[in-house]
Design a protein around this ligand. Sequence first.
Ligand SMILES: [Fe+2]
Length: 158
Amino acid sequence: MAHTFIPDIDSNVRKSMIALLNHRLADALDLKLAVKQAHWNIKGKTFIALHLLLDDVAGRVDENADTMAERIVQIGGTAKGTSQAVAKATSLPAYPLDITAQDDHVTALCERMFSFGNACRKDIEEADKAGDADTADILTQVSRAIDKDIWFLRSHLE
Ligand SMILES: [Fe+2]
């Protein structure tokens, strides 16, 4: 039986949580690549601190993407994590390829992390209303981590 041991959550709720999580998964995977793009190309006064910090941020975003992807499958969905699926579903604007200055990278990342965090908060409310406390908890963990990393990054702005 295909549905044996899938969490006892209404199937319509699971369907909407799967769609919601796939949106945030696309954002997170897109964001991870943007953070790596900055990690590789950034130049400025605090280069080494930012270079190292950005790798930590990418790692945390990746870990949170993994948690969301696995939740999607746990509740009976398919995680859509290919580059093609991500490019189609991401709500983040394309990351610029022509910037190097650290303020430009930090600002571009903070803008995207800020809107990603806000999207997560909207989804926490939706998951709560739908009665999926576990998905709400995962998204709470994701937005809390993003808020902390925005704080780390924005402290580098002049
Ligand atoms: Fe590296």
